[in-house]
Ligand binder design. Structure first.
Ligand SMILES: [Zn+2]
Length: 79
């Protein structure tokens, strides 16, 4: 659950955890978590994508907007 007390990074991580396995672009993550602008989301997702719990795709179908964009997801096997 995303709460008002969470930091931006926590909101993004929690959103991806709740939607585990689904691909989301930075713009949709921004709208879903109220972390704005999407550039701030990009700064959060970039380091996440380097960890083994997340996966980055340069062009894939975003689960929310349906466009082909640079997306990130939490791996199903992530803790
Ligand atoms: Zn999207």
């Amino acid at each position: 659950m995303i709460t008002a007390e969470m930091t931006s990074a926590e909101r993004v991580a929690e959103f991806l955890r709740m939607q585990r396995g689904g691909w989301y672009c930075d713009g949709c993550i921004s709208e879903s978590t109220a972390v704005e602008p999407s550039n701030q989301v990009k700064q959060i997702t970039r380091p996440l994508a380097l960890t083994s719990d997340y996966q980055r795709a340069d062009s894939t179908h975003c689960n929310r907007c349906g466009r082909y964009r640079k997306c990130i997801r939490m791996r199903l096997a992530a803790a």
